[in-house]
Design a protein around this ligand. Structure first.
Ligand SMILES: [Zn+2]
Length: 52
């Protein structure tokens, strides 16, 4: 599962496809969960990319 900001959604999707060879699930983070940071930069994460 990868937390990412809006800017790095595509990067996270590709990472999941590469690593797990399954179609990734993209979910929007709850608004009250702003303490989690993006995997690729310093921004707060907006999305969670998960493999099933
Ligand atoms: Zn980012």
């Amino acid at each position: 599962m990868i937390y990412c900001c809006e800017e790095h959604v595509e990067m996270a999707l590709e990472a999941v496809v590469d690593e797990f060879e399954t179609f990734p699930l993209l979910s929007k983070l709850a608004v009250d969960n702003l303490s989690t940071g993006c995997e690729y930069c310093q921004n707060p994460a907006t999305y969670i990319v998960a493999n099933k």
